[in-house]
Ligand binder design. Structure first.
Ligand code: SAH
Ligand code: SF4
Length: 338
């Protein structure tokens, strides 16, 4: 599905035709232009030819079916992955990718080891959500709506800033997916100019920062981007965002055994977050092993969490969704490549 092609085909048509086609794609969720009854046949034939709606993919369901991962094949044969998480309370979250691979190359991340293929287009970002919107419609009787989006799949959102923001607008569009801005979160490894730009966006989106380490030496060894934008600069940008927007900020912290999970690291983190932590929350993420590191022991996660909580910092542990289908960042694509 290519929305630029759609616009091209409908360029000389009356405006309402575009609205009808848009509704057919995003509201009726048709997978074939013949399933539409409002557009004239010759137009549908052209659309079938030039803007096919089929999304080429394979879906993997986890044993406990709360997580479904899809591998989507793009026109140029690159593959991206996207994950649907169905929560008990009825929320449906889609985790989208924004690049093929990722140029940041974090040591713990399977996507990072793929290197950068390229940025995804707006259509390619949005079709991941479309894929699961169709999936839910076909496979479920209730809770078929996608309610939340996280940009936590493959790639660094702030290195594909314009396409990511354009895709956000489309997901938020009342005539398309109508997902509230407050239910859309973007995660960055700490691209400072991106954070500064993001602070000026009119929509009330959520920001997540992948911190993972509390001092520059350790962070640079895990995340090469830290050599360009060190912890102080990232924290300063976050601080400015916080003061500007008055919105909660989530810090993601991967728990890796004997790497960043010792009590001294927890104390360093408390210090780093400073005195006013009312808008901060820390999410301790269970590490999904990709070869190099081991996940932290449960008792060490508990100790780490307690130190943060005693300092008054809101702390949660991210529920490990879909371990059995490798639902962490980049892993399925890597497996398939091998
Ligand atoms: N590039 C962005 C967004 C995509 S990564 C970023 O880094 O923030 C989304 C999250 O998945 C990040 O917090 C990342 O650190 C985490 N992640 C990467 N590898 C992981 C793994 N093996 N297990 C669990 N989480 C992982
Ligand atoms: Fe890229 Fe994020 Fe993976 Fe780092 S963690 S390599 S920034 S996708």
């Amino acid at each position: 599905m290519n929305l630029d092609k759609l616009k091209e085909v409908l360029r000389d048509q009356p405006k309402f035709r575009f609205k009808q086609a848009w509704q057919a794609i995003f509201v009726d969720l048709i997978e074939n232009w013949d399933d539409n009854t409002t557009l004239p046949k010759d137009l549908r034939d052209r659309l079938k030819e030039e803007c096919p709606l089929k999304i080429k993919s394979t879906a993997f369901e986890s044993n406990n079916t709360d997580t479904t991962k899809a591998l989507i094949l793009l026109e140029d044969k690159s593959q991206i992955e996207t994950v649907l998480m169905q929560h008990k309370d009825g929320r449906n979250t889609v985790c989208v990718s924004c690049q093929v691979g990722c140029p940041v190359g974090c040591a713990f991340c399977a996507t990072g080891t793929l290197g950068l293929g390229r940025n995804l287009t707006v259509s390619e970002i949005v079709l991941q959500v479309l894929f699961f919107a169709r999936y839910l419609k076909k496979n479920q009787k209730e809770n078929t709506r996608i309610t939340n989006i996280v940009y936590m799949g493959m790639g660094e959102p702030f290195m594909n800033y314009d396409n990511v923001m354009a895709s956000v607008k489309l997901l938020n569009d009342k005539d398309a997916f109508n997902i509230g801005a407050r239910h859309i979160s973007i995660s960055t490894s700490g691209v400072v100019p991106g954070i500064q730009k993001f602070a000026k966006e009119p929509l009330q989106l959520n920001l997540a920062i992948s911190l993972h380490a509390t001092n520059d030496e350790l962070r640079s060894s895990l995340m090469p981007i830290n050599k360009r934008f060190g912890i102080d600069r990232v924290m300063q940008a976050v601080e400015e965002y916080k003061n500007d927007r008055d919105r909660q900020i989530m810090f993601e912290y991967l728990m890796m055994d004997n790497v960043n999970d010792r009590e001294e690291h927890a104390r360093e983190l408390v210090e780093l977050l400073g005195n006013d932590t009312s808008l901060y929350m820390v999410n301790l993420i269970r590490y999904n092993p990709t070869g190099k590191f081991r996940p932290s022991l449960p008792q060490n996660i508990k100790k780490f969490k307690n130190i943060l909580m005693r300092a008054g910092i809101k702390t949660s542990e991210r529920f490990a969704f879909g371990q059995d289908i490798n639902a962490a960042c980049g892993q399925l694509a890597l497996k398939n490549k091998k």
